[in-house]
Design a protein around this ligand. Structure first.
Ligand code: ADP
Length: 762
């Protein structure tokens, strides 16, 4: 684990001054810290793209059980059949110490946003007014510094719209002078939709050239509001990955997480136990009954969430599986039913969740960044654990902005640390002032994010090779994702969902008088979101790469004073704050690479897809995979292979999955993974699933490397002379993009040495 320290996001001294700090007591959860927000300002929707307001028609579920006290599912000790391996504890019952040992190091190394371990200049301003003993070094100075930098960069705080307008114009591009020599980065913002405002501010700060109506010539970057396919693009970079929306839908995400929970139950315990409706209704009923039978004190609550829904749309809580509604327009939609986290961490007696922004900068090689600050969205009714009486109270149980904005208790605030929407750093600061281990929390969050992305990459790679097949001109992709996270009382983070299109709006509607709305700025949103967009752009800056290349070349040519680079003008970077996005992968790759097993299975799948542009494997491709990897034998005939293919493929295709190639009867990745797990279990009985799969993946990769080596040798003419050869090619330790394995052909002398070694058995 590296030793680099994540710089803390600035904390708001104002918030610290007003925070009434509780001595300790994270454990009690319901204690008040201070009355929520005295602020008066407006808050911005934090939901997804769709504008429709949530219709979460939560009604009391009449059939549920009374006297609810969620108790230890963990003690039930019942293994759902599908889990395959050791029991997955319900997230809220998970002890805090289930981290992989290596994360301990990350914990030490990472500085969380809002951590009190901040530069000591803070003391120059004196300790914040209400700072508790021992917290005197809380960050006045970093904030002041940030404010200064922000002004320089042209961002604006909360000084009203006129000031905002002035400030936004201030850093506009200068004409003439040295800056004109710097090639401009061009950005097509014609499809940016609701992120347009934040994007425009970012582009002004960077002095990049915006094309609001598109451009006939290609642009360097295309900023899409919804999906990869918003434009036809053949070059440059686009801010969406193909298939991301499909991959993070509630059902697909649940499937991906379950697959990982099957393989790595402890590592993936941050995702609540979930079932898919309607296909797993009977499994859900049976598992709940089984657990209840063995542990009668278990009084669970479940949350039902329609697939593809957002902003709380169609969500309801139940106490008993029999309360699931399978009729009605939204209820008949496929949905996920999930264990409800009954004991979340509260602040001001309110439930809240965290929206964190994560940049997936590249899929291959995997590059992940996390924004140091995010948002916290608060409920507007004091929280009580779910009972039949309060199950329907959305303002108590659901943190969605789009729902709570309609509550009379909703508090708009100009300040980042009061009101119904605050910055995440303000929450951390508050927790830290109560003595909580926010470093551990931050490292747990980093771990959750990396593991979640690792669960999503196999599917994404299949979409990627289909939309941008190797050899076909296409853009490269990056994407900002919104992670919704809930904290348990023991500060363990739980993943609720991943949003492919997190709202990047920095304004929100305010009702001036009944029925009369106006768009007003939301300083809290602007503070967080502009930084995320701007710094994403800085990270993908195509000119930076070109400049680096040029610098490399010219340094090779021993540059003298006369050899000035063509774009030696001062960079606008100099005026910008340090990046708010911090790399976490590959930085922590060593700790997490062992989890990338399904990625390797997906690489095998992609390798045998055959037809460019497809996402499904035909029966011939599957047979070839079996043959080339030598997986059939007298116990497992090719006829049995065909039956396996037909059985699994038919089942997956009958699930009515919203798939890119719904009409294609072939085998999708998830079906292939299931088949692969079957083969692994068959071959390596009596071992944990992870080992079974890892062994089979190794075997397949070795056999394919062998085969490839032989082909290369035959291509060189060596094979003819030497006959069948041993493995002579080196396969990379991890799969390459699009299933293209890269083999380094050895020199003939090395080959001969290898062959001799093999013959002698050494
Ligand atoms: P949507 O996309 O409709 O917002 P979410 O999955 O984010 O759906 O759920 C909406 C809200 O419901 C969350 O913001 C959170 O407050 C609450 N919620 C969702 N899942 C759970 C859960 N398993 N336990 C407790 N609360 C949850």
């Amino acid at each position: 684990m590296g030793t680099e320290v994540v710089e803390p996001a600035g904390l708001e001294p104002a918030g610290l001054e007003t925070a009434v700090v509780e001595p300790a007591g994270l454990g009690t959860g319901t204690e008040g810290i201070e009355p929520a927000g005295t602020g008066t300002e407006e808050i911005e929707p934090a939901g997804l793209e769709p504008v429709a307001l949530g219709t979460a028609g939560i009604e009391p579920a009449g059939m549920g059980m009374a006297g609810i006290e969620p108790a230890g599912m963990g003690t039930a000790g019942i293994e759902p059949a599908r889990m395959g391996t050791a029991g997955i504890e319900p997230a809220q019952m998970e002890p805090a110490g289930l981290e992989p040992a290596q994360m301990e190091q990350a914990r030490e190394a990472e500085e969380p946003p809002g951590s009190p371990a901040l530069p000591t200049e803070a003391s120059q301003d004196g300790p914040p007014a209400a700072a508790p003993p021992g917290q005197g070094a809380l960050p006045a100075a970093p904030d002041r510094e940030r404010e200064r930098v922000r002004r320089r960069a042209g961002a604006q705080g909360s000084a009203g719209r006129a000031a905002r307008g002035r400030a936004r114009r201030a850093p506009g591009r200068r004409s003439g002078g040295e800056n004109d020599r710097r090639p401009e980065v061009t950005v097509d913002s014609s499809k940016a939709k609701t992120s347009l405002e934040a994007l425009k501010i970012s582009l002004r700060q960077l002095r990049w050239k915006e094309f609001p109506f598109g451009r006939r010539l290609p642009c360097d970057i295309y900023w899409h509001g919804v999906s990869f396919h918003d434009n036809n693009i053949f070059s440059g970079q686009v801010n969406k990955f193909p298939g991301m929306m499909e991959t993070v839908r509630k059902i697909t995400l649940s499937r991906a997480m379950r697959r990982m929970q099957d393989l790595f139950p402890l590592e993936y315990s941050f995702y609540p136990r979930s079932w898919i409706l309607p296909e797993e209704l009977s499994l859900f009923v049976a598992e709940v009954r089984m657990i209840k039978d063995s542990n009668p004190s278990w009084k669970p609550t479940f949350i039902v969430k329609p697939d593809g829904g957002c902003q709380g749309d169609g969500i309801y809580l139940i106490k008993d599986p029999s309360d699931i509604r399978l009729t009605g327009s939204s209820q008949s939609r496929p949905a996920v039913v999930q264990e409800y986290i009954c004991k979340p961490l509260l602040m001001d007696k309110l439930k809240f969740d965290i929206r964190l922004y994560v940049l997936l900068k590249s899929l291959e090689p995997l590059e992940i960044y996390i924004a140091k600050d995010g948002l916290s969205r608060f409920c507007t009714e004091p929280y009580q654990e779910p009972t039949l009486k309060n199950l329907h109270q959305v303002f108590m149980h659901l943190t969605n902005y789009s729902l709570n904005i309609h509550s009379e208790n909703f508090i708009h605030s100009d300040s980042v640390n009061t009101g119904s929407k605050r910055t995440f750093s303000s929450i951390l600061c508050r927790l830290s002032s109560r003595g909580a281990d926010v470093k551990k929390l931050w490292s747990d969050i980093i771990s959750l994010v990396i593991k979640t992305i690792i669960a999503l990459t196999p599917e994404l790679k299949v979409y990627y090779q289909s939309d941008i097949p190797a050899g076909k001109p296409g853009p490269t992709c990056f994407q900002i994702l919104g992670f919704d996270i809930l904290l348990l009382k023991n500060l363990k983070p739980v993943l609720l969902e991943v949003n492919a299109n997190p709202s990047m709006r920095i304004e929100h509607e305010q009702e001036l008088s009944p029925g009369v709305f106006e768009n007003v700025p939301s300083p809290v949103d602007e503070e967080v979101k502009v930084a995320v967009i701007r710094d994403t752009l800085r990270l993908v800056d195509p000119q930076k790469k070109k400049r680096k290349d040029t610098q490399c070349q010219s340094s090779e040519q021993a540059p003298g004073p006369s050899q000035e680079l063509p774009d030696a003008a001062p960079s606008p970077e100099a005026a910008l704050p340090s990046l708010c996005l911090k790399q976490v992968f590959p930085k922590y790759a060593k700790q997490f690479n062992y989890l990338r097993l399904v990625d390797r299975v997906a690489a095998l799948f992609i390798r045998f897809l055959g037809v460019k542009g497809t996402t499904k494997l035909g029966p011939t491709g599957f047979r070839t995979f079996i043959r080339n990897c030598k997986l059939s034998n007298s116990n497992f005939s090719m006829a049995a292979v065909d039956i396996l293919y037909i059985d699994i493929t038919r089942r997956w295709n009958s699930m009515g999955i919203d798939h890119k190639e719904s009409g294609n009867p072939g085998m999708c990745l998830q079906a292939f993974v299931e088949a692969f797990f079957c083969l692994a279990q068959k071959k390596y009985k009596a071992r944990p699933l992870y080992e079974q799969v890892a062994l089979l993946v190794n075997q397949c990769e070795c056999r394919l490397a062998d085969l490839q080596g032989k082909r290369l040798l035959w291509g060189c003419g060596l094979g003819e002379r030497q006959g069948a050869l041993p493995a002579t090619a080196t396969a990379p330790s991890s799969p390459r993009p699009h299933g293209r394995q890269v083999f380094r052909l050895q020199k003939p002398s090395q080959l001969r040495a290898l062959m001799c070694r093999d013959r002698t058995g050494s």
